[in-house]
Design a binder for this molecule. Sequence first.
Ligand code: ARG
Length: 474
Amino acid sequence: MGKSLRKALKTNPKLWGGRFRKKTDPQFERFSSSLKWDARLLPYDLKIDAAHVRALGRCGVLSGKETKKLLAAIDALERRRQSGSLKLDGRAEDVHSAIQMELEKLVGELAYKIHTGRSRNDLVSQSARLYCKEHARTLFSLLVQVQKEIAAKARGCVRVFVPGMTHLQNAQVVSQAHIFLAYVEMLERVKARIQGAMPFFDVCVLGSGALAGAAFPLNQKRMAKELGLSAIAGNSYDAAGDRDFVLNFLSCLLFLGIQLSRIAEDWMLRQLNGVSLIEVDQAFCTGSSMMPQKRNADFVELLRGAAGIFAGNFFGLVTTLKGLPTSYNRDLQWDKKYLFDSVEVGEEILRMTARVVRTLKINKARARMLLADESLYATDLADYLAKKGEPFKKAHDQVGEIVRFAEENGKPISKIGLDILRTFAPKIDGDVYGLFDPEHSVRMKKTQGSTHPHEVERQIKRWERNLNHASISL
Ligand code: ARG
């Protein structure tokens, strides 16, 4: 390493500085450094560096020897990264500068050539895309895992009947499996959104430079291929400052958060004292420092609350992007704080959710008790009358009156005599007493996707088939 280089490194670990007379304010330097976040981009940056070095070699900026030397150095850094022995210099402004510093340590002044025909603007935009692409795959497969666990749970409770609710009120009898399968559908839509976001990540923006393109004939097609990307950015001015791919990914995570929060709320309600339909395994609960009797389903609450993280990060970036001039602006650096936070929380809670689902207990005895509420069968009774030729609106009125009569007299409908029932609904026959049975209730459903046990079983089979072959493309 030359003397002047060592001196330069000591005083300037930056990728710029020649035109400055003053040193950067140390507090501002610490504040503006993104290394604390973007160190996560290290593996992607190294891949990009290798592709870029090969491109520089192909267009004659680097000799064959130089290309080899730089590729070997990048490879050495990658191996140290994998073994955990690569410690980036904390003085670096960002991960890109930190890598440059490491390369300088390995190959001296040759490292100065690597930044030919590129800017950190296209570099960071590329690196973040590769990060998104990989983590989209991870999230997708974690979602499949959770769906599989839920479908397996559903398999075990096709004939566990529970009150289904609307407006937080008991409404009609459904199979517990049917409710679980609703969660599988909800998560499937998150997967569809992630799949839809993939083309946004799958773009090669190298060659965009800072904004205007690069003055070297970098083979963008080759670089794209080497990085596993299928498209090349159409416009360098757009590519450097485009963060729609991050926003898109954050919106997928926002959808994930919304779905998980609704599922979590279902579980919180179903584990309420007095409802006690489900039990979250103790291993995912905590106690109270003051109230010895408490066992709180904390994981589920954290799952519900995580929606705030996803929404906050999405709105954070939306706010940063609003009104931002096109092309690169330093404001964009904040994107990674939002992105990494949402991705990391998303992956962690999905891993946990899979385990919580597996250990979730369904209280079948409680389910049977809750089904004693005969108002759950009121719709079945109205349908029964409609099938006997009563116009539905009239049947609805008649059953409403029967429910009111039963309530006022403190008697279940099934204990009211046929003669009295007929005063409200003349079309009622003796077979009416067979209606107040959960199995009968679900079997009355005739439509695709309904809670009829055959339909539920069909849904489970469909999911078991689909989920075994589920994979993200691109
Ligand atoms: N840390 C920066 C970011 O995340 C890298 C790009 C910096 N570009 C620049 N012109 N200062 O956006």
